[in-house]
Every structure is written in structure tokens, then in C-alpha cells.
Write a protein that binds this ligand. Sequence first.
Ligand SMILES: *Cc1c(COP(=O)(O)O)cnc(C)c1O
Length: 339
Amino acid sequence: MEINLISDTVTKPTEGMLKAMMNAKVGDDVFKGDPTVNLLQEKVAYMFGMEDALFFPSGTMANQTAIKLHTQPGDKLFCDKWAHVYNYEGGGAAFNAGVSCKLIDGDRGMFTADQLRYAAEGRSDIHVPYSRLVCIENTTNKGGGACWDFEELKKVEQVSREFDLAYHLDGARLFNALVAKGETPKQYGELFDTISICLSKGLGAPIGSILVGSKDHIAKALRIRKLFGGAMRQVGYLAEAANYALDNHVERLAEDHKKAKEIETTLTELHYVKKVEPVETNIVIFYVKDNLDPMQFIDSMKSKGILLTPMGEGKIRIVTHLDYTDAMHDKLLKELRNF
Ligand SMILES: *Cc1c(COP(=O)(O)O)cnc(C)c1O
């Protein structure tokens, strides 16, 4: 039994999902002729109380499209120093949109409205790039699945409006935050100009992300997606996987969160663990004590069929997901205790 906890992207489609995919009605989506894609886009737009939505092959392309549609080359955006849009999209903000990132020194991937104000204030003469966009990430990936405080997000929105900045949410794992905090998609739709959501993380679809926004923003996004090479044909087979995931895999995220919490509890009791970051959703980040090489620990777990990720600086990451069963959970907790 291999226990793969390197990411929530490792899940495979369930039988029910595969069956739904096989039976999907499809057409050429480049001509807006794929009924399943159209249904998914309408459904997600409605869910967030926004005008329109667009299906993407990846979260990176959805974020990059959002960055491009809100900016012009030479502009700058604001994001946390740990943001995915800055760290893990191959330098795409610079390459695709020609924008620079002003990094905010937040806490676990989250900053405050005051920090944004401080970063946005100051001179606006010809020496400084135009400020155009704020990017938020919820839950934070590098921050260990931490959830933003919604009241702070409202304050950040006010500062964004004051400085005439667009407001984008990288919601790759937004549904984890919604389930953990009892929040609704509509709350987020009211706050942000654009939101990207991954269907292929905790929700368990094999591929796919979606961008929601106003009619005008999504019309621009459609052109940019084409430009990025992301216009797809009979993609309803994949959109149906996303539909199925939204119908069947949202509430169960609470199970992933519960298992992550139990891993946290076990880790805090172990003599070789230095620190465990507070667990809020499905990501556990912990540090082993200085006298233990993290790679030695990871290799030892690997020899028992348990796959974990090193995160640098002595950090190790565990991510729970749909394919992580109760039996696997029992085995992991046992092996952690026996190490
Ligand atoms: C996974 C992820 C994305 C998108 O990644 P893709 O692999 O391109 O789908 C974007 N933002 C965050 C925070 C992520 O975790």
C-alpha cells in the first residue's frame, strides 16, 4: 500500500467521476458549443454570484490570465512574499504580463490591510511603476493551508479600492477555506474582481481550474486564454469531472481536515519533532529537531511506502486528500510513532 501525501493533486478520478465523464455531452468549446463546459461555467458563476466564468486547463493559466487582464506591461502587482503567483508560476507575471511583483512581508502567506496601505502609499512620479493589482491566496499553500480572516479581506478590499487596484483571489484551495470556516462562495464573489479555483486539488478532478468575474473581465480572459494556447475543443469530458467534483467532493473536505488535525496532534507528541505549524485545513507543515536530517526522515518513511515532501529550511509537508483512506491514516500515525 503506497501512501502518497506529497500533494492533494495526486488523486485519481473515482469510479463515479469516471462514469460521469464517459457519459458527458460534448461539443467544440472554441465555438462555445460544449454544453457541459457551458453548464459548469454558468453553475460556478451563479455559485459565486458573479456574471461569468471560464474553464482552464490549469490554475497557473487561470492566475496568469487574471494578472494579464488587470494590468499592462510595466505595471506592478502586490502579493505576499510566499505567494504562488510569484514563487511557483515560473516567473509568469514577468514573462506573460510584463509586470513586477511588490512582495509584502506577511505571516504564513497572509498580510494586513495596513501592510498593503504602507506598500501602496508614497511617490507616484515617473520613476515608479503604476500599481494595478492585489493578489490574495486562500488557503495559503506555502503558509500550510492557512485561512484568511474574512474581516481582514474586507479591509484589504477597501484599501485596494482607495488606490484603484484590482483585487484577485488565487483560490486554488478556496473550498478548503469555505468548509473550514463555514463561509460561502457568494461572500467571496462580492469582494473580489476575479477568483481562480482549482478543481484538481482537494476536489479530486484530474484536471481543471475556473476563473470567475464580470462579463467584461471574462470576455478579456477568453482572448488571453486563446493567446496562451488554452482554448480547448471537446473538453466537456473534463468539465464533467469538475461538475461531479463540485456536486460530490466539497463537504467531504472536512474529513481531510480532520485527518490533518489528527496528524498534527500525533506529531506534537513526538520527541524528534521541533515544531508543527497550526493546522487549519488539509496541509500539515512541521520541522524535525536539528539533530535529525529531514531527508533521512523522509527517506525512512519512503522505505515504508509513505511519501512526504521536503519544503526546505528543515520543513516537511504532508497533504491529506480524497485517496487517503482510514487504513492509510492508521498506518501513517503508527509509523510516525515508531520512527
Ligand atoms: C496548485 C496551485 C495553483 C495552480 O497550480 P496548477 O498546478 O497550475 O493547477 C495556484 N495557486 C496555488 C496556491 C496552488 O496551490
